[in-house]
Design a protein around this ligand. Sequence first.
Ligand code: G4P
Ligand code: NA
Ligand code: NA
Length: 194
Amino acid sequence: MKLLEEMIRKYGEIKNDEVLLVDSFLNHQIDPQLMMELGKDFVRHFKNKKITKILTIETSGIAPALMCGYLLNVPVVYLKKSKSKILNEELYETTVHSFTKDIDYLITCRKSFLSSDDSILFIDDFMANGEACLGAIDIIKQAHAQLAGIGIVIEKAFQQGNAKVSQAGYEVYSQARISSLEKNEIQFIDESAV
Ligand code: G4P
Ligand code: NA
Ligand code: NA
């Protein structure tokens, strides 16, 4: 997505060869107009899918997910993160390992917010190693809901996420695909060349 690539070029900060900071429009300060454009792009991409609910993970997935829910007129549910088990039979929960942060955490969802009648679009801000996405897929399976699509704002294509999720049998749509952050330079995968 051209607009997003321009925003990343203009405001993205390379922290190191593996981490891109986009605090000025996505991860700390949020650009609402951009979020709406991201929402429109996701809706356009998934227009042939039946979607009854948007699912994301707190915190930074919520902004783009909300715009999708607004445009499709469906609810937005966000998976909540917690450090320790909350033994509660009203919740679906699964463990996610973060390679970036080297920690395990739980993501949970009230059972009443996901059902076997739901066809779900999962949205997240970043895909690195795909663990958060695989955790969300696990929760969707526990609920016997359908996964209609996976939409990611920024994919770090030099990490394993897309490959792992594809191997599990799911297609990922990413609005910006970064192939490298090396040499203090942001490289995108040129979609027109693929
Ligand atoms: P994974 O799920 O793809 O395996 O990712 P990982 O655990 O490695 O990522 C942990 C957190 O770091 C996630 O946010 C993810 O969005 C974020 N992240 C990963 N790589 C980058 C990056 O290059 N830049 C930025 N800005 N974020 C990155 P989170 O901790 O769940 O936080 P949030 O949603 O509350 O922001
Ligand atoms: Na996130
Ligand atoms: Na994040």
